[in-house]
Design a protein around this ligand. Structure first.
Ligand code: UDP
Length: 192
């Protein structure tokens, strides 16, 4: 449930544990889901960009990925439980996917970075299925979208940075009953 409004964004009132259990249920049900991990930069950008704001408002979960958002909510007397980072959520979902042989499509980052991240994921999470991957520097979406539509991965992680990743997910997420999440620079972190 989206309940807590901070600086014009409705955040989902949920902690890390609840989010992951909810996403496990969503995944088992093959529900289509769009997760936005909103940090302060995203909040400020959305305030000046109505189109981006409406995309964020359309997300199923808008999680507060920044201590400033948590502090703001507290000052406004509508506290959010805790900071929920996109990266921690990604790691929890990789673990879940590994334990349940779920499939994942990885989109984004530079080609060399993505290759390194995929290598690390194959090593650390050997039982998850890689439904495909593509670097984030493309001019034509169609091959990527066709592959996702065809493979119907359980999860689609999109690392194109904001606002690109949210525009991409918003445009295409109805094509596959997957859990779609923008993960910013997470593949760079995984690549080390
Ligand atoms: N990126 C991409 N395609 C683009 C622009 C960015 O794949 O057209 C990738 C970039 O290589 C990096 C990530 O998106 O891996 C952006 O990371 P950043 O930390 O800037 O994202 P933010 O956390 O600000 O959303």
């Amino acid at each position: 449930p989206k309940e807590i409004n901070v600086l014009g964004i409705n955040f989902t009132n949920i902690n890390n544990k609840e989010l992951i259990s909810q996403l496990k249920i969503d995944s088992h049900n093959h529900s289509n889901r769009f997760i936005v991990t909103a940090n302060p930069e995203i909040v400020l950008y959305a305030r000046d960009n109505p189109k981006y704001l409406s995309i964020i408002e359309s997300a199923d979960y808008t999680i507060a990925d920044g201590i400033g958002i948590i502090k703001g909510a507290k000052i406004l007397n509508t506290p959010l439980p805790e900071r929920v980072t996109g990266f921690d959520t990604l790691l929890s979902l990789l673990t879940f996917a590994n334990e349940n042989k779920k499939s994942i499509y990885f989109l984004g980052a530079k080609s060399e970075t993505l290759d390194k991240a995929i290598k690390k994921i194959k090593n650390d999470y050997p039982n998850l299925e890689i439904a495909g991957y593509h670097d984030g520097y493309f001019t034509d979406d169609s091959d990527i979208v066709t592959e996702i539509k065809h493979n119907k991965p359980d999860f689609v992680f999109v690392a194109l940075g904001f606002p690109k990743q949210e525009f991409f997910i918003s445009k295409y997420h109805n094509l596959s009953p997957s859990i779609w999440m923008g993960v910013g620079g997470s593949f760079d972190v995984l690549a080390g």
